[in-house]
Design a protein around this ligand. Structure first.
Ligand SMILES: Cc1cc2nc3c(=O)[nH]c(=O)nc-3n(C[C@H](O)[C@H](O)[C@H](O)COP(=O)(O)O)c2cc1C
Ligand SMILES: CC(C)CC(=O)C(=O)O
Length: 405
């Protein structure tokens, strides 16, 4: 058994002991995180593998179809290498970033992921506390296993932070309307309207495993409105609307709220142009293919990014272009910013941290990524975020050579 395997064995034993007593659970999580050698997101991923039942693990990790979009989201980062600049005084790296009227500690936010209580009993509440501690904005899924009010309150116990409600639009529009209004009165700052999921992608493992939300968990943001019997098995297509459009739906959504609306799941310049021009006052997009869980064989999100940035910024420099898909390292964040993203979001990295150690595990994931990002900036000669430019990158060209952008 090599050293990391031994560490993970110790962790599993501690976690097993913790399961007997909720009161010492948090302490043991903290202790175990300190004891085990978790140095990077891959360590967290590896550690999380042994801790979940196969259907839940597959639900978190898998993509749709053959998993090509999922794999290429990750491998696309290796098509770019960094061109470091030297002798530039990097003694005082500045990573803070403003968006939605607030400041975050670095240009990274938590992507909305459904049903986090399957990863850890504290679920979304633990994620919210870690996000608040790290001063990282949090996206909350419509399909959260905790109410959107309780999630925010859990983070607010520590400090103010920014929360964004990810929205799926239900066939019963009244249910959606209530959700949006609840988010606004709870103090959420934005709606992230997911646009890449008119139907659920073809997720083989969910079908093979007959995936169901465990019976002790709920989807409390909306089950009181549409009936729990329809939700226990997460029959996504039965409840959500596949007839959402640029004109009707966006204008309807705009009429409900003053919160900022960002569109999540965009990957072409054409759609970004429509978003910028929309009279629903859309202020941002998240270039995303849903972590490779929807259209398999879609372009990797890194390959979509440049055309989306160009389309947005040529019309409106302040229009926000965020990015998600495949971020596992600080240098991935650096590359996405160098290609013009205003910021990035992470999905699975948070779920692995949550599985491994609840709040401490998520905080660890965020801390690892921030430290790696800062180090990448320093070693690339970029003191501020605006120093990160496309000229810091070279792209793999034909013949395997790298040419500067
Ligand atoms: C388990 C899981 C659940 C997700 N649930 C949602 C969701 O409810 N709404 C949504 O818009 N995106 C959802 N996503 C997609 C993420 O918001 C994000 O786009 C994706 O995870 C980014 O890729 P990454 O996991 O490689 O970081 C989910 C992703 C995962 C892995
Ligand atoms: C319940 C699902 C629709 C949540 C989701 O977006 C996902 O699993 O990717």
């Amino acid at each position: 058994m090599d050293k990391p395997d031994k560490m993970f064995l110790i962790y599993y034993v501690l976690h097993f002991l913790a399961s007997f007593s909720n009161s010492i659970n948090n302490f043991i999580s903290w202790f175990a995180m300190a004891l085990t050698d978790i140095l990077c997101i891959h360590d967290l991923e590896k550690a999380a593998q042994g801790m979940l039942s196969q259907p839940i693990l597959d639900y978190f990790n898998d993509g749709s179809g053959d998993g090509v979009a999922l794999m290429e989201n990750i491998s696309a980062f290796e098509k770019y290498k960094i061109r470091p600049r030297i002798l530039r005084n990097v003694s005082n790296i500045e990573t803070k970033k403003r968006a939605l009227g607030s400041t975050m500690s670095f240009p990274l936010a938590i992507a909305p992921t459904a049903m986090q209580c399957m990863a850890h009993e504290e679920g979304e509440k633990a994620t919210a506390r870690a996000a608040a501690r790290a001063n990282v904005f949090m996206g909350v899924s419509t399909f959260a296993t905790t109410t959107l009010e309780d999630i925010k309150q859990s983070g607010d116990c520590l400090c103010d932070n920014v929360y964004m409600l990810q929205l799926y639009i239900f066939k019963d529009r009244h249910t959606t309307e209530i959700l949006v209004k609840r988010a606004e009165s709870a103090g959420y700052k934005a709606i992230l309207l997911t646009c890449d999921t008119p139907r659920l992608g073809n997720r083989h493992s969910m079908i093979r495993n007959n995936f169901r939300l465990p019976s002790h968990l709920q989807l409390p943001n909306f089950d009181q409105y549409i009936g729990k019997e329809k939700l226990g098995d997460v029959k996504y297509p039965n409840t959500t609307d596949d007839n959402i459009t640029w004109d009707e739906t966006l204008l309807w959504l705009r009429s409900l709220t003053k919160m900022e609306i960002w569109l999540k799941g965009i990957s072409t310049a054409e759609d970004v142009e429509l978003a910028v021009q929309s009279s629903a006052n859309i202020t941002g997009v998240i270039v995303s293919n849903h972590g490779g869980r929807q259209l398999d064989s879609a372009l990797s999100t890194l390959d979509s990014l440049s055309e989306c940035v160009k389309a947005a910024k040529s019309k409106d420099k302040s229009f926000q272009v965020w990015f998600d898909g495949g971020i596992r390292k600080g240098c991935d964040i650096f590359k996405a910013l160098a290609l013009g993203a205003d910021g990035v979001m992470i999905g699975r990295a948070v779920l692995w941290g949550l599985t491994m150690g609840g709040e401490e595990g998520v905080f660890k994931a965020l801390s690892i990524l921030k430290a790696e990002f800062e180090l990448t900036m320093a070693l690339s000669g970029c003191r501020t975020l605006s120093d990160i430019k496309s000229s810091n990158l070279a792209r793999k060209a034909e013949g395997g050579f790298f040419t500067r952008l």
